[in-house]
Design a protein around this ligand. Structure first.
Ligand SMILES: C[S@@+](CC[C@H](N)C(=O)[O-])C[C@H]1O[C@@H](n2cnc3c(N)ncnc32)[C@H](O)[C@@H]1O
Length: 285
């Protein structure tokens, strides 16, 4: 099912839309805020960071701004090109250690144990399909013992829930045609095959236990999970209204911060966040 060329073609064509993705609406800004909150203690002066599946570099910029040195890697040449321009516009090229056009399945161009922090945000792992275990092992291999791996993937339950928050959407037709939309297939296996109405290549959607087990099995310790957005998950219209009032916006961000790493909330978010520490004894003991 995995098709590297389909993914790179998709993101080459997606172009600047990927840069805009996290700043289009209030809802997207909550996602960005929580992803940064989850990451902030693991970047900063003196840290060597890999942004794996960096896309247009939204997080690479924040990583570089924090004082870390960042290496960017993506399967799409076009996304890397945009990321380079964005880092240049922000005068941050001196904080970049490289732009690598590569596939998460095989990071052999990178040595073992070289990064303090490895970030794989914005659902690159969803596209890995049957290669997701190999990709997670690669992310952990290049992390220093004691270093941190941070991941965000699209959540199976969160993605279904998010359909209910879409405006101008025919909910009855969607939930009324479960076979056509592969709803049960996604729920049972996590896999959404190529679909005539979905522009993305095939993806595997995750749930908390599955992701947690995969990370632990691959050599991470102290795994923490989160849901993004959490309290506001699927409530796009409410988020838009709330952002217009400073106090209301602060209140909702504070609530999100308090809630998003609660275990019972993690499956609710459109994105499932996870981070863990690489065991000192290395891969799989
Ligand atoms: C939705 S974007 C997220 C970009 C960025 N991490 C963010 O959160 O803003 C997903 C990115 O993952 C990349 N990607 C998907 N599959 C990949 C693979 N097998 N190897 C490397 N990058 C991949 C895509 O090219 C795309 O740029």
């Amino acid at each position: 099912m995995y098709n590297a060329k389909a993914i790179s073609d998709f993101y080459d064509k997606y172009g600047m839309r990927e840069w805009e993705r996290l700043n289009l609406t209030a809802y997207d800004r909550i996602n960005f805020y929580l992803h940064m909150h989850f990451l902030q203690d693991f970047i900063g002066e003196g840290k060597n960071v890999l942004d794996a599946g960096c896309g247009a570099g939204r997080f690479s910029i924040e990583i570089a701004k924090s004082g870390s040195n960042v290496t960017l890697l993506d399967i799409s040449k076009e996304q890397l090109k945009i990321a380079k321009i964005k880092l240049e516009e922000n005068n941050l090229l001196s904080k970049t250690d490289g732009f690598i056009n590569g596939d998460l399945r095989d990071l052999s161009m990178l040595e073992d144990n070289i990064f303090d922090t490895v970030v794989c945000y914005g659902a690159p792992l969803n596209y890995l399909m049957e290669n997701r275990e190999k990709a997670v092992e690669e992310l952990i291999r290049v992390t220093k013992p004691g270093g941190t791996v941070l991941i965000s993937v699209n959540s199976k339950w969160g993605v279904i829930r998010s359909q209910l928050g879409r405006e101008d959407f025919d909910y009855t037709s969607f939930f009324g045609k479960p076979d056509y939309w592969y709803i049960n297939e996604v729920v049972d296996s996590g896999d959404l095959p190529q679909h005539e109405m979905v522009s993305h290549p095939p993806r595997h959607f995750f749930e908390t236990e599955e992701l947690e087990n995969l990370l632990i099995k691959s050599g991470l310790n102290n795994v923490i999970l989160g849901g993004s957005p959490c309290i506001t998950s699927a409530f796009r219209k409410a988020a838009e209204a709330i952002e217009k009032n400073e106090t209301a916006w602060r209140t909702i961000l504070d609530l999100e911060e308090k809630a998003y790493c609660k275990r019972t909330m993690a499956d609710n978010g459109e994105f499932l966040l996870a981070r863990g520490t690489k065991l000192n004894r290395g891969l799989k003991g």
